[in-house]
Design a protein around this ligand. Structure first.
Ligand SMILES: [Zn+2]
Length: 288
């Protein structure tokens, strides 16, 4: 075989692979449906791809909590229009991850103001995100939006999933969005690269339990509507695994050794693949 032909063939294969990868990515978002679910009172959530989007409806405006991925913005706006005649006025980012802030730039172009903790803006800036994708309203501790019948409290929590985590409490509807500090789809994720912390995760989950009343509906970053008992169960798992991993770190085990020891073997059937959780936990406890 002449070398020229094999290079041509190689290039053709690369081109096909590249275009099919691009197609697969577009198809991915093309097939996503944004489904509104009523939670209680003025509050809905949108299920699509990425973090659950909280929605507060009022005559004078709609407030969103997180906005998933940029290719989904038109569908997200259409889903909001299917349940409200009012414009989207604000989007609150619970934290910096791309499946929660990906629609910021598109929404900002529609005149929506993005609100988040100072650290969300700081990390988006450090990551050189487009200026229009960064929150324009930031706060160090808490903020409040009072629009129509809802009082929306945005509360910074200890560094947990990241160092910019906020809870969003729809006071009148008694619904509490916990972002990715809480999920029902698997173990938690302590993103130490974005300032997450094991001790902070436990403190933040305790705060959620303290904030919640007996009837409060908890909206997780990923997964199903829950209540304070579900958060406590999730927190207890993290406390238990934190103790197991701490004991292994005291025996000077490396991360690889901790993973090989399968310290969550009895829990994985319920909570799934533990690798990402154990890695974050290990890095946080060992101060890596
Ligand atoms: Zn996240």
């Amino acid at each position: 075989m002449k070398p020229g032909i094999s290079i041509q063939m190689l290039l053709a294969v690369v081109a096909v692979l590249a275009s099919s990868a691009a197609l697969a990515q577009n198809d991915d978002f093309d097939s996503v449906e944004i489904i509104p679910h009523h939670v209680r009172g003025n509050v809905y959530y949108l299920e699509g791809r990425g973090g659950n989007i909280g929605v507060s409806l009022g005559e004078n405006g709609v407030v969103l909590v997180d906005d998933q991925f940029a290719p989904l913005t038109d569908k997200i706006v259409a889903a909001v229009e299917s349940i409200s005649d009012a414009d989207i006025r604000f989007v609150i980012n619970t934290h910096v991850h791309g499946d929660h802030v990906g629609g910021n730039e598109n929404l900002a172009a529609r005149g929506v103001s993005v609100i988040a903790h100072d650290n969300v803006r700081l990390r988006l800036t450090q990551a050189s995100s487009p200026i229009a994708a960064r929150p324009v309203l930031t706060f160090p501790d808490s903020a409040m939006i009072q629009l129509d019948d809802e009082v929306i409290e945005i509360i910074k929590v200890p560094p947990a999933h990241t160092d910019g985590d906020s809870y969003v409490f729809f006071r009148n509807s008694d619904v509490l969005h916990l972002g990715d500090v809480f999920r029902t789809t698997g173990y938690g994720f302590i993103d130490t690269n974005n300032g997450g912390s094991a001790a902070g995760t436990i403190a933040a989950l305790q705060l959620a339990i303290d904030l919640a009343g007996p009837d409060t509906i908890i909206l997780p970053g990923h997964g199903m509507l829950s209540n304070a008992d579900d958060v406590r169960e999730f927190m207890d798992v993290i406390i238990e695994v934190e103790q197991r991993v701490s004991a292994l770190i005291e025996q000077e085990m490396t991360l690889e050794q901790v993973l090989a020891a399968q310290p969550t073997a009895d829990l994985d059937e319920r909570w799934g693949d533990p690798e990402r959780f154990l890695t974050g936990l290990y890095n946080s406890i060992a101060g890596m």
